[in-house]
Every structure is written in C-alpha cells, then in structure tokens.
Design a protein around this ligand. Structure first.
Ligand code: IPM
Ligand code: MG
Length: 368
C-alpha cells in the first residue's frame, strides 16, 4: 500500500489540500488507487504547537512516505519569529533532509486562460516550458552564512554560492532525461560572466549533455538575459535547467506568463533508491499561502490538484490517471468554471469547494 503524508501548512494550504483529499478518494474508489493518508503540521501551524517550523516526528513521517503533498507556508503573524523557526524553514528542511535536489516546475498556458496572462495572447498561447531548478544547493544552503557584528557599528551579512560537480551532473541528467521525452531542446542558465560557480555549472552541464544526451540541442543563456527572453519570447524554451536562486526567480516569471500562479504545480524529487528505484518526493503548488484570502473558501485548488497529478505520474507511475486528472482540469476550464483569481466575463465563478466539485464531476464524466 502506498502512503502519502499531507502537510497542509498555513493560509489557504488547508483549504486547497481539502480538495486534493477528495480527489485522492475518487482515485481510490474509481481507479483502485489504494493509499494510506496521514497528515501533520508544517510552517506557522507547526510553530504554534512545537516552536519549530516542522517537528522531528513530522520530518520522520515525511522520510518514510512515498510522497509528501505540501500546501503552503507563511503569514504576517510569523514575521517576527526567530529566523530558524520561520515558516519557510520547514520547507527548506524537508527539501534538504529528504535530498530533493530536482525541482520540476512546468509552466503551461491553458488555452482557456491565455487572455489572463500579462503578455499578449499570441506570445503565451500553447506555452509549455519545464523549468528544472536545482533545489538543495547553491546560495540557499552554502556555508559560511550568517550575520556577523563587526564591532564598529557595522554588520556583515554572508551567504555562499557554491556548487560541486556531482550536484551539477545529477540535475543536468534529470533535465536531459526530461528534454529527451519532450522537444529535445535544453537551455541552461547561470551567470558565468560574473561567478566562478556559474562557469563550473556551464562546463559541467556541457560535459553531461554532450556525452550522455548527444541528441539534445543545448543552449547556454545568462540568467539576466533569460529573464528578459522569458518575457520577450517565452515559447523559444522547452526545458530550462538552472540553479537554486535563479530557478526561484525564473520560475516565478514563467509562472506569471501562464495567466495565474494559482494553476501551477511542482514536483521535488530525490535520487532513486538503490533497491526500490523510487525517489523521495514532495509535491507543492507554486503559489504561496495567500493570507489575504485564507479561510474564505475562495482559493483556487487547481495548482494543488495538478501537483497531485504530478505525484501520480512521477511517484506512483500512474501516467493514465495523471492524464485523466489533467484532462479533467482542462475540461472544467473549457466549460468556463472559474475561481476568483482567474475569473473572466461570461464565466461561472465558484469557490474552492465548487472547483473541487467541478473537477470531481469531470473525472466521473471522462473516467467512464
Ligand atoms: C519557492 C519559494 C521558496 C523558495 C520559499 C518559500 C522558501 O519561493 O518555492 O519558490 O525560495 O524556494
Ligand atoms: Mg519562489
């Protein structure tokens, strides 16, 4: 039996994950997806109970799970808690302790939403980019780090951007594999003109791709230029591989191109286990905790639902079920069902629960 740990977290996290639970139940009843569900606290919710953004017990459950489904963390009420206990620290610990080095962030423009993009329709219609972000290295985790008192009224803040060959090789392989299954085009982004770590990134990516994926068309693009290209002509990219910090920024840009942050899923994967072949994994929506609308039943659950579709595909190897769920979401959007964040004239506005109902109805209709 598979086992999933749900970490709803803060803000709209619990609401959207509630809809994901109903979708999981549907797959259990209609498609024989047998799974044990457990739930625990993360982020501010964990801080309130344990004084830490994730407890050791929850961390242990995450390590034992086949997949973690994560909601969102953070909110203004935790702005002043100790830095190590801030809500984001829970997510960073999960990524680091579980070894989730590969973060897959698809940026897909649903046809029905092309007009909701901040770019013109013809630039984004049909957009389908896969950003592969390195997630456990670079400046997010590099040492030394900290704030130092220089004793003369001055302080020094330090973070370290550091990559070793093996870290670049393994993320390049993930990106190479994905590119082979897609359009066979890979772009790699860094700042080799300023940073030695970028130069190393560039060289190691080139080595892996040219020797192990000779069929791929590889392009290198400086990260600042890449940001510009993403808003100038985003469809030029297929798979884009980059480091932790640039990936954070470039994936937000790519997400916005698609019309709504409320739509985009992500998968974070570790190395395959030597005996089972299965990777540790965590799936989360790209959007945050949206404290301004939390608890109102208005949040869009689609990003979380699509994250579960990625879990079906990448962890549970149920590609047909993943297709079914993605098609159900597209079907609902085509029918004009919308949450407030993607509302358009002439469409029917629903809340979180209503969107869950619509996806369940579409699953039942399409899954026959
Ligand atoms: C993301 C978020 C996180 C990050 C924060 C919440 C720590 O922005 O997943 O992109 O910076 O990685
Ligand atoms: Mg981010």
């Amino acid at each position: 039996m598979e086992n999933i740990l749900i970490l709803p977290g803060d803000g709209i996290g619990p609401e959207v994950m509630g809809e994901v639970r109903r979708i999981i139940d549907w797959f259990g009843e209609a498609r024989g997806f047998q799974v044990t569900l457990d739930e625990d606290l993360v982020g501010g919710a964990a801080y309130e109970v344990h004084g830490a953004a994730i407890s050791d017990a929850a961390m242990e459950k995450a390590m034992q799970s086949d997949a973690v489904l994560f909601g969102a963390v953070g909110g203004p009420q935790w702005d002043n808690v100790a830095y190590e206990a801030r809500p984001e620290a829970g997510l960073l610990r999960l990524r680091s302790d579980m070894g989730l080095f590969a973060n897959l962030r698809p940026a897909i423009c649903f046809p029905a939403l092309a007009d909701a993009s901040s770019l013109k329709r013809d630039l984004v219609e049909g957009l389908d980019i896969m950003i592969v972000r390195e997630l456990t290295g670079g400046v997010y985790f590099g040492e030394p780090r900290g704030i130092e008192d220089l004793g003369n009224g001055q302080r020094r803040g330090v973070n370290t951007q550091v990559y070793e060959t093996y870290e670049i090789e393994r993320i390049a392989r993930v990106a190479g594999d994905l590119a082979m299954k897609r359009g066979k085009r890979l772009a790699s982004s860094e700042k080799r003109n300023v940073m030695e770590s970028g130069l190393l990134w560039n060289e190691e990516v080139t080595k892996i791709i040219t020797t192990e994926f000779p069929e791929l068309q590889l392009e290198h693009v400086l990260a600042d230029n890449c940001a510009m290209q993403l808003v100038r002509n985003p469809k030029q990219y297929d798979v884009l591989v980059t480091d932790n910090l640039f990936g954070d920024i470039l994936s937000d840009i790519a997400a916005m191109l698609t019309g709504s942050l409320g739509m985009l899923p992500s998968a974070s994967l570790g190395a395959p286990d030597a005996t089972t072949g299965r990777s540790k994994s965590l799936y989360e929506p790209v959007h945050g905790s949206a404290p301004d609308i939390a608890g109102q039943g208005k949040a869009n659950p689609i990003a979380s639902i699509m994250s579960f579709a990625m879990a079906l595909r990448y962890t549970f190897e149920r590609g047909a079920d993943a297709d079914l769920l993605e098609n159900a979401v597209t079907h609902v959007l085509d029918k004009g069902v919308r949450t407030g964040d993607i509302m358009q004239a002439g469409c029917q506005e629903v809340g979180t629960r209503g969107m869950g109902d619509a996806v369940l109805a579409a699953l039942t209709e399409l899954g026959k």
